[in-house]
Structures are given as structure tokens and as C-alpha cells.
Write a protein that binds this ligand. Structure first.
Ligand code: CUA
Length: 151
């Protein structure tokens, strides 16, 4: 009789333990580095704001830059901003894993289907910056680049 009680208690604590683990996993997932939100990849190009990628001014020298990375180009492919601008990048992809690397800055984002990757950077120096894909994404990978002009 006591055996049964102990077995029940054991099973119950196991369930509680697994539940806690599950909640922790969900919690950690939501707080993943880079703060990623989710999006359905197949519908990414129809889902606002990614249905209209581009630069949007949200303050004095402050911009939101909504981008799509797809085989084998970035949209928009060219961006113009004034010197000293802070840019909030938001980027996703409808197809495969890409990257967004801007040499000379610490912009180095991973673009993952199903996720929205966000990063903020202030461009203090004028110049032409390259936007490069730095995750191998197929035969056109080396052609996948854009330009960010700071003046
Ligand atoms: Cu896109 Cu490599």
C-alpha cells in the first residue's frame, strides 16, 4: 500500500519536473540572443512590414530599415542615410539562411527563415558601406550584396 503512494509521488514529481523544464525552454526560446520574433517564411513577403521593404524615418537621424534577404539579393539593394544616423535593422527571409555583414561595422546578422532578426547601429562615419551575405546560400551566394551610402 505504501509502495503505491511512493510510486504515485515519484511519478507526480517527475511530471512537475518535466513541466518546469518545458517552461524554462519556452522562456529561454523567447529570450534568444538577437531578439528574434517569428514569421511564416512562405508568407514573409506578404507580411507587413516585409511586404514593403525599405527605409522609414522614425526620428531625427533615426531610421527603421526593413529588409528581405533572398536568393540572391537584398531588398532594398541600396540605402541612403545621412551621416550620424542610427539604423534599426529588421530583416527576414522567405527561403534559406542568409547573413548580413557590413564590413567596418559590427553589423553581422544571421537571417533565418521563420525569424525576424533585429540589430541597431549608428553610422558615424560617411562612406559607402557594403552589405554582404556571409552565410552560404547557394550558387549565387557571392553575388548577394547591397550598398549602404552614408553622406
Ligand atoms: Cu545569401 Cu549567401
Amino acid at each position: 500500500r505504501y509502495e503505491k503512494i511512493w510510486l504515485t509521488l515519484g511519478a507526480a514529481s517527475l511530471v512537475v519536473f518535466l513541466a518546469i523544464l518545458g517552461f524554462m525552454a519556452v522562456g529561454l526560446g523567447l529570450d534568444a540572443p538577437g531578439h528574434m520574433d517569428t514569421i511564416v517564411p512562405a508568407q514573409a513577403m506578404q507580411t507587413p512590414p516585409f511586404d514593403a521593404p525599405g527605409l522609414k524615418q522614425i526620428g531625427e537621424k533615426e531610421y527603421e530599415l526593413v529588409m528581405l534577404g533572398q536568393v540572391f539579393a537584398f531588398a532594398p539593394g541600396e540605402v541612403n542615410i545621412p551621416e550620424g544616423s542610427t539604423v534599426h535593422f529588421r530583416i527576414t527571409t522567405p527561403d534559406v539562411v542568409h547573413g548580413l555583414l557590413i564590413p567596418g561595422t559590427n553589423v553581422n546578422m544571421m537571417i533565418v527563415p521563420g525569424h525576424i532578426t533585429e540589430f541597431t547601429y549608428t553610422f558615424r562615419k560617411a562612406g559607402d558601406y557594403l552589405m554582404l551575405c556571409n552565410e552560404y546560400c547557394g550558387v549565387g551566394h557571392h553575388l548577394m550584396m547591397g550598398k549602404l551610402i552614408v553622406q
